[in-house]
Design a protein around this ligand. Sequence first.
Ligand code: ADP
Ligand code: GN1
Ligand code: MG
Length: 362
Amino acid sequence: MTEQIKKIYEQFECSGKFVSAQPYGSGHINNTYLVKVDEEAEYILQRLNTNVFKDIPKLMQNKERVCQHIRNKLLRSGVGDITRRYITYYHTAKGKPYYKDYDGNYWTLSLFIKGSKSYDVIPNADIAYQIGSGLGEFENRIADFDATLLIETIPLFHNVPRRLNDLKNAIAKAEPERLERSRELLEYLSRFDQPMLELQRMRDEGILPLCVTHNDTKANNLLLDANDKPLCMIDLDTVMPGLVHYDFGDAIRSACNAAGEETRDENEVKFKMDFFEAFTAGFMEKARNQFTYKEKKTLAQGITLMTYLQAVRFLTDYLDGDHYYPTEYPEHNLQRTKVQTRLLQEIERNYDHINGFIQQYC
Ligand code: ADP
Ligand code: GN1
Ligand code: MG
């Protein structure tokens, strides 16, 4: 394996002789390696997931354009240490930001942001505040990015009818035991099917503006420095036109779950109100001025939507035989669904407080 990784690394024009490569991080979609060389720089080599992303050249064009936009903004505002605040991609000798190997796999190489870290489970409210601030800053930096320059890398990514259709197809093909184990969850989730169409309706009717969003704002897609100060948003595969509700909602879903989305004990799942308040304060300090009254007014609905959608997606994958998310044990996707469902119950129970807290920023 190392020999193969070395050969792939050598396709890219960058500085340093290959020394070693190790699997890195806890992302679900791409295969990520940390590459060390005989110089100070380190690199992230990724095999991109071609089952999920159908047009890698276009996806890389999106990512490079967004990073260039952020870089230009940083240069204009005189921020120091800028190469730690966006992703630098390297090109091959053919001038491409990816390498396609003989098996048809696509690889990319980027500069590893040294001294960075990310959290799968948030340890305290201060860090929740920093993550909110980092996401708010990102939203700020991409707010004036021209959406027509982006292709939709995953069409209908957060579209409720699409996800319900996928669920229906998975139910039709599911093994009877898997279906039986899913019954209660399916019943609970179905109560949200209608109300969760509301944001999409407001999007379709132009009541909520379409903006450029990240769409995968799980807490571990934000890098922090050694002092837990935000550095940069990563995993830009899904930057597409969307609603701010998707980014805010997905980040809260991930950052405010006391036990994290991978816990094996759903009884440990709690919606951490202090994390939510701290995150929201950090986020709004950076970005509140760019949102309309209507966006802020309805923002809390994004938290319910993204938690519900995540539960539906995990359950669909379970019923479908685990083809999308990598699993470590047979009931892994069922367990992930239970966790999101428990979180959804917690959000429902606390909804008035959550919504009320956001209203102060309207
Ligand atoms: P996935 O789509 O599989 O989630 P990511 O792009 O999020 O892939 O990368 C997986 C993990 O690798 C991240 O959570 C982060 O820890 C780490 N990572 C990715 N790119 C960088 C980078 N340029 N610098 C530092 N860490 C990175
Ligand atoms: C995937 O790539 P990663 O691990 O950051 C997924 C997200 C889910 C998340 C759940 C392209 O994110 O949508 O919310 O898993 N990304 C894609 O952990 O499907
Ligand atoms: Mg990721």
